[in-house]
Design a protein around this ligand. Sequence first.
Ligand SMILES: [Zn+2]
Length: 170
Amino acid sequence: MQSCKALTACLRFRQGAPMRKPDESPMQLALDAARRAAAAGEVPVGAVLVEAETGAVLASAGNRVEADADPTAHAELLAIRAAAGLRGEPRLPDCDLYVTLEPCAMCAAAISFARLRRLYFGAYDPKGGGVEHGARFFHQPTCHHRPEVYGGIREQEAGDLLAEFFRARR
Ligand SMILES: [Zn+2]
């Protein structure tokens, strides 16, 4: 039985049938970071910063507000800081940020200051978001760089993570 299975797999491989690959898309990596944050007792938000042209992941982070006792330790800020530090440059105009939740106003400002090319986010956040809700930071006249914004990427999974986290805490 075992050898038969192995033979079938081998034949499939030879015929060039698509092999099942793990999902390593940036939003999947951000969701993984959000899950790790939840396991550590943090609000489950994850962010991944990617070099647009090569797809290279420069930084990945989950929220660390509780762990660092730092109200500004949002996943987006941590990922931007890490990537800018890695590059030794305060601006990353050739980079895209993937985050599981609509960024707050603070993170939207940081995204603008970093001159990021694109922002991809998962769930919309009517309570705390600052991109499509509240401050709508990128739409203000005081905002001098507006990234392209794509919301609702893997929205359901990102939202379920958050809902699950807050349900368990109640
Ligand atoms: Zn934030």
